[in-house]
Design a protein around this ligand. Structure first.
Ligand code: GDP
Ligand code: MG
Length: 193
């Protein structure tokens, strides 16, 4: 995918603030700190379009980006950060579930799992929502550079087994640009009208 333009549109804290549904959308979901923003920047070949951080943020907003004036990338708020109070967690659930249920332009959800860990309860919850709302999903295992080469396949297979996936997740590393093309190959067909 050739990226000609990538711009931030808005942040939404409730469904009424989502941009008018027009262009096809791909959303990105995953635990805080899993590498979601890094993956988006890597796919767009931008260093800092989406802010990344070593300390997980507490903001619970959905961020919309317009790419090539042709489609949207949507950065869903991260989950699983132990220190957030229950009220914030409930707000996250409402916001993300509203989006997954209602958004008619949503074509595919990229669910990102840290390749080093087994999927969490919230990863599974998200998988269940995606199945329930019949949302096509692409599972990406992030940070594969953190594993020894010989260990990567084993971890991908383990995640496949844990989530009962038909195929193993795609491995990604922000340090290996070749991985970007494999993910684009899976996503591009969803953006064709
Ligand atoms: N080694 C390595 N670090 C990564 C990778 N992806 C993200 N990170 C780091 O993980 C931290 C969290 O990344 P970020 O994209 O902000 O996570 P988010 O909270 O899911 O959006 C940052 O310090 C990133 O530099 C990767 O593929 N490899
Ligand atoms: Mg982020």
């Amino acid at each position: 995918m050739k990226i000609r333009s990538a711009e931030f549109i808005l942040s939404a804290s409730k469904a009424g603030q989502f941009p008018t549904p027009s262009l096809p959308e791909i959303a990105f979901a995953g635990r805080s700190n899993v590498g979601k923003s890094t993956l988006i920047n890597s796919l767009l070949n931008r260093k800092k379009l989406v802010k990344t951080s070593a300390t997980p943020g507490k903001t619970q907003l959905i961020n919309f980006f317009r790419i090539n004036d042709e489609f949207h990338f949507v950065d869903l708020p991260g989950y699983g950060f132990a220190k957030v109070p229950g009220s914030v967690r409930l707000k996250w659930k409402d916001l993300v579930e509203d989006y997954l249920r209602e958004r008619e332009t949503l074509r595919n959800v990229v669910l990102i799992i840290d390749c080093r860990h087994n999927p969490t309860v919230q990863d599974r919850q998200l998988m269940e929502w995606l199945q329930h709302y019949q949302r096509p999903a692409l599972i990406v295992a992030s940070k594969i550079d953190k594993l020894k080469r010989g260990q990567v396949q084993k971890h991908l297979k383990q995640i496949q087994k844990e989530l009962s996936l038909e195929t193993a997740p795609l491995g990604h590393s922000s340090l290996q640009s070749g991985k970007r093309d494999e993910i684009w190959k899976e996503l591009t067909p969803w953006l064709i009208n």
